[in-house]
Design a binder for this molecule. Sequence first.
Ligand SMILES: Nc1ncnc2c1ncn2[C@@H]1O[C@H](COP(=O)(O)OP(=O)(O)OP(=O)(O)O)[C@@H](O)[C@H]1O
Length: 334
Amino acid sequence: MIEARSLTKRYGSKTAVDDLTFSVQPGVVTGFLGPNGAGKSTTMRMAIGLDRPTKGKITVNGRAYRDFSAPLCEVGVLLEAKAVHTGRSAYKHLLAVAQTQGIPRRRVDEVLGLVGLSDVAGKRVGGFSLGMGQRLGIASAMLGDPGVLILDEPVNGLDPEGIRWIRTLLQTLAAEGRTIFVSSHLMSEMALTATHLIVVGRGRLIANTSVEDFIRSASGDLVHVRSPQAGRLAEVLDRENAKTTPTGLDTLAVNGLTSQRIGDLAFEAGIPLHELTPRQVSLEDAFMDITRDAVEYNHGQPQPPRVPAAATAAGGAADQGSVGAGATTARGQA
Ligand SMILES: Nc1ncnc2c1ncn2[C@@H]1O[C@H](COP(=O)(O)OP(=O)(O)OP(=O)(O)O)[C@@H](O)[C@H]1O
């Protein structure tokens, strides 16, 4: 398990990580999401002792990283795939890493097999493609057979086959009971890979929720309805405390009732319906929506008006299961 408590990191006047509290549970893949500059890498660097928190703490299995005598056997890390000696072969690189912590030579062969690099084990790392480099980075992270894996943007620059491979590997490792903490700025990718999400923006916690709940709350309860008796239907629905907004001559946007309930009410009132569509948002849209005000640089693009997505509706504690509690903070103060 990874636990951050009031974790804060300032670089001069810049607050990179701002009072983050969350925990990452074993047995599932937890996605660490946020726009560029949100503080993901800084958080991960603090988790493995490469940066010191200005305030608060982050522990792995209840201990600070520096307290591990054989850290590779506790927590595997992929921060920068290219941080290897390019003149060495993949095998020699892994062997050198293994020898620093008394990991047996046979484990090098095992992890090469695990990541599918056995056939190129003798090749110089300098000639590796980006995808092979990522595989080597993961092999290195897996050397000590750790129970915790921290991976910073492991799918960056990979082709679809490589992305699918990492996705399956991470899910398999999580199913073995490991704690998998993986950062990305791609919501759609994380939705396929992760079970739980921790979303940050400008260093602050925006959401800490299951992927399922994130999708549900992002999609909200907005339903598009078309009826030749839209005015009458609005009266019926308003009596049920729905919020109806005319969007055309015969169309309504309805908040606060499910499409099933709207259909039933229309039927009971003898009102014909020509369309009844729950509003769907793409995950990428939901993510953009929830992090919009937390983006450091928006490339000068004009910001479209906010849709009344329910992604911000559910409040909650800073630990497990909150969507939008931090978003309010980020919007209010950023
Ligand atoms: N050593 C440093 N000195 C000063 N500012 C830093 C330093 N490291 C990070 N920052 C700043 O802290 C903020 C968070 O950066 P960080 O790299 O953690 O974000 P990120 O979410 O990982 O972004 P990306 O997806 O772009 O890697 C950014 O504004 C960054 O410029």
